[in-house]
Ligand binder design. Structure first.
Ligand SMILES: C[S@@+](CC[C@H](N)C(=O)[O-])C[C@H]1O[C@@H](n2cnc3c(N)ncnc32)[C@H](O)[C@@H]1O
Length: 334
């Protein structure tokens, strides 16, 4: 954190255990800024001491994010609480219906105290509103800094409730992970494909963010279930019953949750074919697999943008984020 001190915006990440690395990739995709460093390999996948606050030059709307809880504009930062209070007083902030909240940084257990919140509230000109504030001001304790910041945007936690659906199955992605993967490759207004869409988790997340999803599914029953799940959540998608290796057209992004077969160690020809076709029809891809796809992606002339390990119990999977040859060309203006 200290290396980025002075940058005007501060983001707070809130991934559950085992999803920190994907949160770091999502942060990069949403903000264009460098994410926090993730220790590799993440030894147990359950560390709780990774930085939750990341500074950046620009502020963006994180409303659709899975893991970026909020974007804050830093108003003051000082080495001690007393100095921060003095700086807050000098700012003479005028805010109507404000609320002050003390946040823990994840690195330091701040003394959660209403007194601190009250002391900062006393520096603000205007009336507080604790139940429905128009402005949220946040005080954060860092190991060596105290920050006063104003919330610019926060996640709408749009994946919530999507777990409840008429059709579940054991291979389905958790909606929160699916949403982050969509955010790696697309923004509202884009079109994406999911060439092996299962019961439609990715399609629901994409559609609910204003991204137009196209799904392929080889199993007709699962394609029906995907349609039912989309209807249940009042979302829409185009679904083709068929082999995703035959996908045609052009998409901004592709999200693939590869079928896992018996042979966990190697990428079988179906998976390799699905990835290959996705790289031919989309500019950016996010692929989750049990296997390391580094070699395959390199052989397809993709540029690896990041890899995130997802850990759940003994299950370790990797999300590969890459730009395809067409995507790299578009990025370089070619
Ligand atoms: C890991 S599951 C995807 C789960 C999905 N992300 C979800 O949350 O429901 C992989 C899916 O790929 C489908 N599949 C396997 N081979 C396929 C192919 N060649 N084309 C399209 N779908 C395929 C399987 O039927 C399975 O539903």
């Amino acid at each position: 954190m200290s290396e980025h001190m002075g940058l005007p915006y501060c983001y707070r990440l809130s991934p559950p255990i085992g999803q920190y690395a994907l949160a770091a990739l999502e942060f990069r995709a949403l903000t264009g800024a460098n994410g926090p460093r993730v220790p590799t390999p993440n030894p147990r996948g359950e560390r709780d001491d990774l930085p939750r606050l990341v500074r950046a030059r620009i502020g963006v709307d994180v409303g659709r994010s899975s893991y970026v809880a909020e974007c804050l504009r830093v108003l003051a930062e000082e080495p001690t609480l007393e100095e921060l209070l003095t700086s807050a007083g000098k700012l003479s902030l005028k805010r109507e219906r404000f609320r002050i909240k003390l946040r823990e940084s994840g690195e330091v257990k701040s003394p959660l105290s209403q007194e601190i919140e009250r002391a900062f509230a006393d520096t603000i000109v205007g009336s507080p509103d604790l139940s429905n504030p128009a402005t949220l001001l946040v005080v954060i304790a860092q190991p060596d800094r105290w920050l006063l910041a104003e919330q610019v945007s926060s996640t709408a936690r749009g994946w919530r409730g999507h777990e409840q659906r008429p059709f579940q199955y054991s291979s389905a992605l958790p909606p929160r992970i699916a949403r982050a993967m969509v955010n790696l490759v697309a923004a509202p207004g884009d079109r994406i494909i999911d060439p092996c869409c299962g019961v439609g988790t990715v399609l629901v997340e994409a559609s609910s963010m204003g991204i137009e999803p196209y799904g392929w599914e080889i199993n007709p029953k699962l394609a029906e279930h995907a349609t039912a799940n989309l209807c249940h959540h009042q979302q829409g998608a185009w679904i083709v019953v068929g082999d995703g290796r035959n996908a045609r057209g052009r998409w901004g992004g592709a999200v693939l949750d590869l079928p896992y077969g018996q042979q966990c160690e190697r990428v079988d020809s179906v998976c390799a074919g699905l990835v290959k076709r996705a790289t031919e029809v989309a500019d950016l891809i996010a692929v989750v697999s049990l296997q390391d796809l580094g070699e395959l992606l390199a052989s397809l002339d993709c540029r690896l943008l990041g890899v995130a390990e997802l850990v759940k119990g003994h299950l370790r999977r990797r999300v590969h984020w890459a730009s395809t040859p067409s995507g790299s060309q578009a990025l370089s203006g070619g």
